[in-house]
Write a protein that binds this ligand. Structure first.
Ligand SMILES: [Fe+2]
Ligand SMILES: [Fe+2]
Length: 256
């Protein structure tokens, strides 16, 4: 099965390019299933329930979030009731929602786990131990992990820690795609960052000039989301769902 997993979706430009490119890749027979990180899908901030529903209607089989999970307070109740929408599992136990989901396909179940890093991010429980616990709970052979983290070392370390125990460890959060996609020695597919599904002509999704001014002056600026040069970034994984083994990982950047 060919699964497309896309990097942080940013704003309306990101939502549009997501819909157009996934439709085209389906028509071309290049993908069977789509999973998206939607953490910045609303003007660069966390999505509203309406945006989440629109992304499911556009064909996303599951959606992951990140540090922007709580931006829209209306999402809290949907996180409790919608199993296909997950936030990092290593948030405090009392946080709303869930960090793991299983979707059923013709070829078998696919477990998706969301984790968040602890380097240069707000305090969270240990993602390594959370992964151990959740992997022990699922009966699915195919396990995909979205590791939402800043530091490349933390992401590579989690990939190596889980190598051979999960199907894929896919980094998100930086909005910059890395060129290190690989199959690790024990068979786990890995990439440090999937990149961004949003406006490439930007500073990680925002209009360029206010970000420069912020750095030059140190003064607050309004950061509007850019709409220029949208692209979809992510990977296509070719997976044997019954064994959970990855045949290949292909990094993609596609414009509509
Ligand atoms: Fe993001
Ligand atoms: Fe993030």
């Amino acid at each position: 099965m060919k699964i497309l997993f896309t990097g942080d979706m940013v704003g309306s430009a990101g939502r549009q390019v997501f819909q157009r490119v996934t439709n085209r890749l389906r028509d071309e027979g290049r993908i069977d299933l789509v999973i998206a990180n939607a953490e910045n899908a609303a003007g660069g901030r966390g999505p509203s329930p309406e945006i989440v529903e629109a992304l499911f209607a556009a064909g996303a089989a599951a959606l992951t979030l990140g540090d922007h999970a709580w931006d829209d307070k209306n999402l809290t109740s949907l996180l409790e009731t919608e199993p296909r929408l997950i936030r990092p599992a290593n948030f405090p136990p009392a946080a709303a929602g869930r960090g793991m989901t299983t979707i059923e396909t013709d070829e078998g179940p696919i477990c998706i786990i969301s984790l968040i890093g602890r380097v240069f991010l707000d305090p969270a429980d240990c993602p390594f131990r959370a992964a151990d616990r959740l992997i022990g709970m699922t009966k699915s052979k195919t396990i995909l992990i979205d590791f939402h983290a800043e530091a490349t070392s933390e992401k590579i370390a989690l990939g190596r820690y889980l190598d051979g125990r999960v199907t894929a460890v896919l980094g998100t959060h930086t909005h910059v795609q890395t060129s290190d996609e690989t199959i690790l020695p024990n068979g786990t597919a890995y990439i440090t960052d999937l990149g961004m599904t949003g406006p490439k002509d930007s500073v990680i999704g925002r209009e360029v000039e206010p970000v420069i001014q912020r750095f030059i002056t140190g003064m607050p600026q309004k950061f509007d989301t850019s709409n220029k040069d949208p692209a979809l970034e992510g990977v296509i994984l070719d997976i044997d769902i019954k064994t959970g083994k990855t045949r290949s990982i292909e990094r993609i950047r596609e414009r509509a």
